[in-house]
Design a protein around this ligand. Sequence first.
Ligand code: ANZ
Ligand code: ZN
Length: 849
Amino acid sequence: MSTPYNFKKVEPKWQKHWAEQNCFAAHDDKPNKYYVLEMLPYPSGRLHMGHVRNYVMGDVVARSKKAQGFNVLHPFGWDAFGLPAENAAIQNKTHPAKWTRENIQTMKGQIQSLGLSYDWSRELATCEPEYYQHEQKMFLDFLAKDLAYRKESWVNWDPIEQTVLANEQVVDGKGWRSGVPVERKLLSQWFLKTTAFAEDLLQSLETLKDWPAKVTTMQHNWIGKSVGAYIDFKLNDSADSIRVFTTRPDTLFGASFLAISPDHPLATKLAKDNKILQKFIEEFKALGTSEKSLQTTEKKGFLTHLKVASPFEPDQLLPVFVANYVLMDYGTGAVYGCPAHDERDYEFAHKYKLPIRPVLSALPHGEPLDVSKEAYGGEGFLCNSGFLNGLSIEAAKIKAIDALQKQSLGESTIIYRLKDWGVSRQRYWGCPIPIIYCDHCGVVPVPADQLPVTLPEDVTFDKPGNPLEHHPTWKHTTCPKCKGKARRETDTFDTFFESSWYFLRYCSHPTDKAFDRSITESWMPVDQYIGGVEHAVMHLLYSRFFMRALSACGYLKLDEPFKALMTQGMVCHETYRTADGQWVYPGDVVFKEGKAYSTKGEALKIGPSEKMSKSKCNVVDPSDMLEAYGVDTVRLFILSDSPPDRDFDWSEAGLQGCWRYVNKLWKLLDEVTEKYCGSSGGQPSAKAQAVEKRLHQTILAVKQDYEQFHFNKAIARVRELSNAIEDLSLDHKDDLAVAYESLKVLLQLIAPMMPHLAEEAWQSLYKESGFIFDAPWPKADPKLAAEDKIILAVQVNGKMRGTLEVDKGLTEKDLLELALNMPTVQGAVADKSIRKTIVIPNRVVNIVV
Ligand code: ANZ
Ligand code: ZN
């Protein structure tokens, strides 16, 4: 009697055993280390399918490495600080800490039900002082090494919320929650000096061979190296000059104006006694700080009374504008405009009727290019440019810079688009910045022996702004230096601070320091990191910066935190809408003859598959699926459909297909193991021998599939193999033996993906005493795996005339004879004489007549 697969019993059973036996503990003291990590989640309170996909992939890597004998570190933790907890506090009147800790408990339960092979003894939550105290120390060390500093900077300020908004939180110039126009405000903020490592962060991208090219390209562009020059334009009415940054010093003879940013100190100075300029600057400030909003708004300028001399033609006086397209925090906040060869300058020059002078021609000493319709930004040779005439752009750049340097009017330089990282947030639910302000001593870091600076628990959220600021006592303290009255910094760190080093603490988590250097160095770098491509720049770049900064402070010696990176695609689902546009959840849709209806019978419109999101109701709750189908079916489905880096379409039909397979496989296992009563030592049928061959080929291929994240291919191969086994006659004693042995190996191959079913079959059906992942990984016999037939192309005079399937190892003479026997070949050769034959082993026989 066969027993149906009862996932409701089997899955919790093995999860319990694995946990009790501490199966997934990583061993600091053992060799053969392998570190696999998924990006740590924010504890929002509910697990979604994106999480499931991410963690299941990581688990397959971890389990397959463990089964192959590696000492695997696979930890888990929570990115527990952040704004949603504060919003929840305001809405539901719960404390952020309580809300966060409860969410962690719920989500942990959900994650554990997925049967993931985590070493839970290393779990961490970034909101706990035992974690964040160490980053306060890191900050002090960064300060001492000049890798952290304070400066005034422009921020998006929400006047209602009384807080700084990130660019993404400004929607159409308004605060995302308050809906009132955002102001630009100059605020004193703490920065980490990411730019100190700009060149290294850029160059080292070359070493990240196992990162997706799209991610390294994004970092490359984000760092944005520009080679160019600073040029000083002398003011005609004073000894001062205005310094600009340009990448095109070759076009200097085409300059027709100078433009400075509305945030430029000179603009501020001029605005002091100019109401119109004041208004111009205010309008600009209303734009917000995002680069995008600055690029898309119409270019506008304010003409000042100032004039500057063109460096190579001092008699040429150029007007100076304050222009809204010049950013203060790039280069020097000032540019010279060359309308003929720069699009933005062209638009500006048209508007303000400024000269457009082409200085490039197609050929050396040729006619100037036509710029009557648009700017020309391409290659060419200099003209209208005095001593630069006839030179290529590259040669002219060098010569121009040389001349500028000689006259002390400029110098060559390299600048980066990368900015220092502003880490101050006016928030409660974050790590307090360990700084004290004293009227006598100024800015005083909290001494290391007074750390941690912990968050007060008794805070209220009834007023806008930062609760730490409103707290009656917390910010009042004494100055560590003069012991006088002083104030604490009430800003907290950007939460990317926590996620920049958490992977170090998983390796070792002493109480007195962030991590134990030698243990952490023995695990790092992370061998395989897995997460969303949305972190291509911020998180992944900040982490790379942190390794360099921590190395500079003597914490460890390491540049790159993540050796290999895999960015998984999104989980998508069709959308459903009623005639009046209401979204409908997939669970409330009934299908009849391919058409969708609501449970009330209303016809629905089926929309394309899109990323699962609550706003479109196209989400499927993992808990419902686990409840209905069990973990292994969900795992199998989420791995089987598409390559991991692509988007994945969730469908009930696909899931049911996997459900049927799980049951079919179990039935086969059950039957084979029940019937099997030892091998008779006889000869298996040809069919069974073919199964053996396929088995060895599958062993070889699946190992590679795991290495290359081709889980979908691995599943397809295993399914083919099990189909072939199912096809054998179990009444044939020797074939039954083949089925028995092959299925056992198949279990090992599929165990990383379907761990519960595999474990149950291994121990309950095959009566093995150890865990399946502790058994030696199956080895393929290359001789058995090798195909003994090969297929050759047969050509006459290079033209394809057919193929030959032949045994391996035939001689050239044999092959030729076989080829000449082919009717198509005989037709092509006819009565011509054979002049030459070319045989490329295992590939081609070519007959030349
Ligand atoms: C003169 C010029 C002539 C320029 C020409 C371009 C073409 P990337 O490659 O991004 O570094 N620029 C410099 N600082 C700026 C700022 N703060 N805000 C807006 N634009 C700024 O671009 C460098 C070019 O962007 C610089 O070279 C400058 O315009 C402009 F035919 O100088 B160029
Ligand atoms: Zn003091």
